[in-house]
Design a protein around this ligand. Sequence first.
Ligand code: HSE
Length: 420
Amino acid sequence: MIKVGIIGVGTVGTSVAEILRDNADVISARAGVDIVVKSGVVKNLKKDRGLDIIITDNVDDILNDKEIDIVVELMGGVEEPFEVVKRALKAGKAVVTANKALLAYHRYELQTIAKDIAFEYEASVAGGIPIITALRDGLSANHIESIMGIMNGTCNYMMTEMTNNGVSYDAILKEAQDLGYAESDPSFDVGGFDAAHKLLILASIAYGIDAKPEDILIEGIDKVRSEDIAFAKEFGYAIKLLGIAKKDENEVELRVHACLIKQDEMIAKIDGVMNAISVVGDKVGETLYYGPGAGGDATASAVVANIIDIARSGKSTPMLGFNRPMEGSKLTLKSTDDINSKYYLRINVSDRAGVLARVTKLFEENQISVETMLQRPSTQTSANLLISTHIALEKDVQKLIKELEAQDFVNATPVMIRIV
Ligand code: HSE
């Protein structure tokens, strides 16, 4: 019998224990051994979780328990779980975590510490979608050309509701929190950090790149408003928060930001809290993974799959999927300045003679060519200019935005969304 200890018996932790109990027949058949949860650590001992397990508020009760074979870490945070997980590994216990922030900062140290002890984290990226297994095992024969996807269910839910039902940004954020999709601090979702943590994990498996969140371009959906959605609809786009990893010779682009995507692209059709990730390999071509990226049972499904795998095999795959230095030894992160993209800009200007000419002059001076343009009245004396560009260089667009902001006829910092 394999015994499990869960550190953090919240929504996901409770689902893990319930799945191991309710699906014990298929689980023991697949694992070849019975798996039971022995104990769980919680902060609030008074709350009844309806589980027949030992409940404690002391992590030592699990870390020092010689009967526990697998520790499931679902505490959240970075440094505290890092210490707990290190102690578990040093005690020879296998670890399963859903903690993407922990991995975004400490995955390479954890790989070194874990060595031959199983350390699994399928639930950390895109909840119920087995994307780690797909990338690390199923696609291991390939050079990975790109990874692009919707990796945050909260943002996708918000964008979908704002587009389809005209719901305001604040109202829909509150609803996503009430539905349990959002992180405890929702700025992790809407600011793009949650998706960035996931992208960094995938980029390590694909490229061996050891980057931290501070090293890459991270923007969220917090500046997207109904005017931008109206523009997107008018020109046949959807707005999505995407995580993008793209290899170009010896450079890798890693970025998370809101994107305008043509409505006929598959990824543009992914609505609600669902996640979808496209991975292009040099031999396999494009593959696409779709499923629930948040929610207790979906996330717990991935945690339990890791537990079954460990119970079955002990240890089969290196944590990040490579045993020798990967391409990461020769690959470098592409500078954000060198990104090439089409862009959309919303510029709120005073509505008076000559303003449009001065705006387009600034575009010309920065070698940025306009593709489409709309002007929509904003107040009696101001208007929104909604402009999309042909392909331009990120550093030129950033310079243009600064120059526009400095003009007396520009009323607010222009909002920019990249077009994929
Ligand atoms: N807050 C995350 C999301 C949960 O909305 O996708 C899963 O990581």
